[in-house]
Design a binder for this molecule. Structure first.
Ligand SMILES: Cc1cc2nc3c(=O)[nH]c(=O)nc-3n(C[C@H](O)[C@H](O)[C@H](O)COP(=O)(O)OP(=O)(O)OC[C@H]3O[C@@H](n4cnc5c(N)ncnc54)[C@H](O)[C@@H]3O)c2cc1C
Length: 440
């Protein structure tokens, strides 16, 4: 395939989650010619978008992606990346990103908060049971706060729809209230970007220590694309795979996940299932975990609970009598994404200590909130933040550039350690910062 017959641009962006969408949007605003290559399709107008069927269709390995240790990873493959299925929570980057690694995102964070109107849901929409959990926690001395969201009920009203971002928003948002990075891909395309979907990049073409393009398959057919700058934003699993195939053997060695479990307890009152996810949160930075209100969508609950035994699964009929608290761990870097396609994410003894401490706090809060003590149980591990696989400070410099000139990475894989909080605001801010760097 000759260079003349191939695609070309000023900048190639691989992946269209929050990292890729932000970089593409910012660069096209400044007049750059951008080519976005996205492995998945755009499912937003499909009848099954935001349904259980949809989640099976657009998640990697039909939602059955497991690590060697049995941790279930949800990795959406589609325009907008995982923001199609996220809970819409926004958290500023941890202070250590600036203090320890010299990455100051204050300006970009403030700009994004303003641009996307990020704030907690109005009090009356935070959910009665979720608010009961937050009040119980406060009564015990844990200062929970109303979680800022990328969710705005007014956006639904403007679309003539009813705000309905409940647990099922994790299958995809059908009411339009939740911001999705696909909207910034739309902006980039309006500004002149070329978007190729079903385009899976396999490797970066590097000549004399410089990235000059990428190659892979579009709808099963081989292609090459050329540009002076390549930005990998294929996510915490996708980016290290492309890096490995491009000769970076350290990519994917070690991984963070903000490893997650749910702690459930049954009550006589209504539970958190029919309420917006993660409306109240609390962080314990000292012990390394975050807690938030959340329940698995109705049809997913038995599939999760059966792995804990018949007892919890048989209480499916009481799904809406359940109070749920999610634990996210600041897990150590461990395991990794291997060239043979396998993924490993073992818990370290430090992770187990944090988990035990978080579980004890959750039990106390659930009991205080009215849950029957004997009904409380913890679900198996899962991961929705695959990250830390192409770490800044190790494989990337402070501007996110790799050893190959012109090859940048901008997504969750660049985190130098587990963020242990919602990732998207940090990733968007990194994207804005990288775009400024590239334009300078
Ligand atoms: C159920 C769920 C709930 C979540 N809730 C929240 C939340 O409330 N708040 C929050 O901040 N975060 C949340 N997250 C996490 C957050 O959505 C992700 O961490 C974030 O989207 C990662 O962004 P990214 O740009 O790194 O990659 P992704 O969003 O994963 O995007 C990567 C993109 O690259 C594409 N791609 C992969 N490989 C290739 C390739 N070889 N070639 C071309 N394209 C490729 C993928 O199809 C994908 O579209 C949640 C995640 C899930 C799954």
């Amino acid at each position: 395939m000759s260079r003349e017959n191939s695609l070309s641009a000023d900048v190639i962006v691989v992946g269209s989650g929050p990292g890729g969408a932000t970089v593409a949007r910012e660069l096209t605003k400044a007049g750059k010619k951008v080519l976005i290559l996205e492995r998945g399709d755009d499912f937003r107008n499909k009848f099954y978008y935001g349904t259980y069927l949809g989640a099976v269709i657009y998640s990697e390995r039909r939602s059955l992606l497991f690590t060697k240790e049995g941790l279930n990873i949800i990795a959406p493959i589609m325009v907008g990346g995982a923001t199609s299925m996220y809970c819409g929570c926004a958290a500023p980057p941890p202070t250590w990103l600036k203090d320890k690694y010299g990455i100051n995102l204050n300006a970009e964070v403030n700009q994004t908060i303003h641009e996307l109107n990020i704030k907690p849901l109005p009090e009356e929409l935070r959910g009665e049971a979720s608010t009961r959990i937050a009040h119980a926690a406060k009564a015990l001395g844990y200062d929970w706060y109303a979680q800022p969201k990328f969710m705005d009920p007014d956006r639904s009203i403007k679309l003539g729809k009813k705000f309905k971002c409940h647990a099922t928003t994790m299958l995809g948002c059908r009411c339009g209230a939740k911001w999705n990075a696909a909207e910034w891909v739309d902006d980039a395309v309006l500004n002149g970007a070329q978007l190729k979907t079903k385009a899976r990049v396999s490797r970066v073409i590097i000549e004399n220590g410089r990235a000059v393009g990428v190659e892979g398959k579009i709808s099963g057919k081989n292609f090459k694309a050329f540009a002076d700058t390549v930005v990998l934003s294929a996510g915490g699993i996708g980016s290290p795979r492309v890096m490995q195939a491009s000769g970076f053997s350290q990519a994917g060695v070690g991984m963070t996940m903000d490893t997650t479990v749910m702690v459930y307890g049954f009550t006589k009152q209504n539970g958190t299932g029919k309420e917006p996810p993660m409306t109240w949160s609390w962080e314990n930075d000292k012990d390394g975990y975050m807690l938030s209100t959340l329940t698995d969508p109705w049809l997913l609950y038995p599939m999760v609970a059966i792995r804990k035994g018949l007892g919890p699964a048989l209480r499916w009929y009481q799904w809406n009598k359940m109070l749920g608290i999610m634990i996210k761990l600041k897990d150590d870097t461990s395991g990794g994404v291997y060239p043979n396609g396998k993924i490993s994410k073992p818990l370290t003894s430090g992770d187990e200590k944090s988990l035990n401490s978080a579980n004890e706090v959750c039990k106390k809060i659930l009991i205080e909130a009215g849950a029957d003590k004997s009904s409380i149980f913890m679900t198996p591990f899962r991961g929705t933040h695959p990250s830390g696989t192409v770490r800044v400070g190790e494989m990337l410099d402070i501007n996110l550039q790799s050893e190959a000139k012109g090859l940048y990475v901008c997504d969750a894989s660049v985190f130098p350690e587990s963020l242990d909080r919602p990732t998207v605001l940090t990733i968007i801010s990194l994207g804005k910062r990288l775009a400024k760097h590239l334009l300078n």
